[in-house]
Design a protein around this ligand. Structure first.
Ligand SMILES: [Zn+2]
Ligand SMILES: [Zn+2]
Ligand SMILES: [Zn+2]
Length: 123
């Protein structure tokens, strides 16, 4: 369920795990470089590169679970991570958000959690 998009190892990561890479596979296009539903359209998140740079430390975006896609419209990029699937947190001292328990969503809704702004962890 909870995956990192570690470009090299592609190992699954843990929920709320702090990541220390600088380059990740683009979540929105899964590294293909094209928008998910339109093969002729350049991916708006990575601009066609297939990878994205996020300064470490970072976490997988809880709101989209690293997919980079918006809810309920998967043709749009996630409003929290802007499609990358990974969000920079600036510190490795993070804790699972007490409000959403790391889900990144408001209870019973589709809006990003106000406490963690959708990333699932607080610093
Ligand atoms: Zn992309
Ligand atoms: Zn996201
Ligand atoms: Zn939260």
């Amino acid at each position: 369920m909870w995956k990192t998009f570690d470009y090299k190892s592609k190992k699954p990561g843990k929920k709320g795990e702090v990541l220390n890479k600088d380059i990740y596979r683009c979540g929105f296009c899964s590294g293909r470089g094209f928008a998910p539903s339109k093969k002729s359209t350049q991916c708006p998140a990575c601009l066609g590169a297939g990878t994205i740079k996020v300064k470490s430390p970072a976490v997988i975006c809880a709101y989209c679970n690293g997919t980079g896609k918006s809810h309920p419209n998967p043709d749009l990029t996630c409003i929290v991570c802007r499609g990358s699937g990974v969000v920079r947190v600036g510190t490795s001292k993070v804790e699972v958000c007490p409000t959403c328990q790391g889900r990144g969503r408001e209870k019973g809704g589709n809006l990003p959690c106000l406490t963690c702004r959708g990333i699932g962890v607080v610093v």
